[in-house]
Design a protein around this ligand. Structure first.
Ligand SMILES: NC(=O)c1ccc[n+]([C@@H]2O[C@H](COP(=O)([O-])OP(=O)(O)OC[C@H]3O[C@@H](n4cnc5c(N)ncnc54)[C@H](OP(=O)(O)O)[C@@H]3O)[C@@H](O)[C@H]2O)c1
Length: 291
């Protein structure tokens, strides 16, 4: 297949370049394709002629989205719609990457694909609007909700925790935000499996199991050989961020499991990521030639 990846320089975009190496993959970064520009989107479609688009581009800065919800909608919802419309014209399928944060976090067991969304912040509202936009335009559309991504490409949570521990010698993390840390390499491989199935629909794909931010940070410190760094519990309210996150937003990966697609426990994936980093790979996978 000819596959176009939007947001190709982001952390998931980079992992997808490896996972989709069996295909003719064109991973375009923000500067090569701005999805808020419909003319640019159409031009890229004429050049690439994709059979499938994996739409990983998004404005993922939750604080930024809260401060500028119009821009959040322009990138995350309207940008997705321009891509979906181009897919419809080209007869291409689309896979839209979405988030655990579409849920309100009131449930106390993992959310199923058909549970009712209830986003709490502007980023999550814009991502849910994106889901709805692409589903309204396309029949052949996969919506893949995931959570707490980390991987090569930018400093994500593990790197930030290690750096903060080095700098301050002590950390404070919330206990009232619970989800599933997910390595981009594992998610990208699952996406590569999923697109082989002619079964569009909504899928939840995260590493298995879940934990609080605090527990995730503690596991990171253990793997980094910094288990002696004290980690104090706090709450979202005490922390005082200008947005709310769902308290419990683990996802039940039911639809993918029915297709035989299951991700390993988050602890195993995180340990492998750190093993790669220790071996000097930084969890990095080789980039495709020409990208
Ligand atoms: N990170 C998470 O924890 C998480 C959790 C659940 C779901 N997701 C979803 O997973 C997907 C991939 O996320 P990620 O973690 O890989 O994020 P990321 O590293 O921030 O990558 C997103 C990429 O999209 C690009 N982008 C931003 N605005 C764009 C635009 N107007 N046109 C084209 N590209 C644009 C960004 O480029 P610039 O940086 O140059 O602007 C960035 O390279 C997103 O859809 C996100 O909503 C992420």
């Amino acid at each position: 297949m000819r596959i176009l990846v939007t947001g190709g320089r982001g952390q998931l975009g980079r992992a997808l370049q490896n996972a989709l190496a069996d295909h003719e993959t064109f991973a375009l970064g923000h500067e090569e394709l701005d999805v808020t520009d419909p003319v640019a989107v159409r031009t890229v479609f004429e050049d690439v002629e994709p059979d499938l688009v994996v739409h990983a581009a998004a404005w993922t800065d939750t604080g930024g989205c809260e401060a500028d919800p119009q821009r959040a909608l322009a990138v995350n919802a309207e940008g997705a719609r321009w891509v979906a419309e181009a897919c419809r014209s080209a007869g291409a399928a689309m896979l839209y990457v979405s988030t655990n944060e579409v849920f309100d976090g009131e449930k106390r067991e993992p959310y199923a694909e058909d549970d009712r969304p209830g986003p709490l912040n502007a980023y999550a509202r814009s991502k849910l609007e994106g889901e709805r936009a692409v589903q309204a335009v396309l029949d052949r559309c996969y919506v893949v909700r995931t959570a707490w991504l980390y991987g090569a490409g930018r400093a994500s949570f593990p790197e930030k925790i290690v750096q903060a521990a080095r700098e301050s010698g002590t950390l404070k993390l919330v206990t009232d935000e619970i989800a599933s840390p997910t390595w981009t390499n594992d998610l990208a491989r699952a996406i590569a499996r999923l697109i082989r199935e002619p079964a569009p629909g909504v899928y939840h794909l995260t590493n298995a199991g879940y934990c609080s931010r605090l527990d995730w940070a503690k596991r990171i410190l253990e793997l980094a050989g910094m288990a002696d760094v004290p980690v104090e519990p706090t709450t979202q309210a005490e922390f005082g961020a200008p947005f709310r996150k769902p308290v419990f937003s683990a996802l039940a990966n039911r639809s993918a499991a029915r297709l035989g697609i299951e991700l390993r426990p988050w602890e195993e994936a995180l340990a492998d990521y750190f093993a790669g980093a220790a071996a000097g790979l930084g969890g990095q996978a080789k980039r495709r030639k020409g990208n």
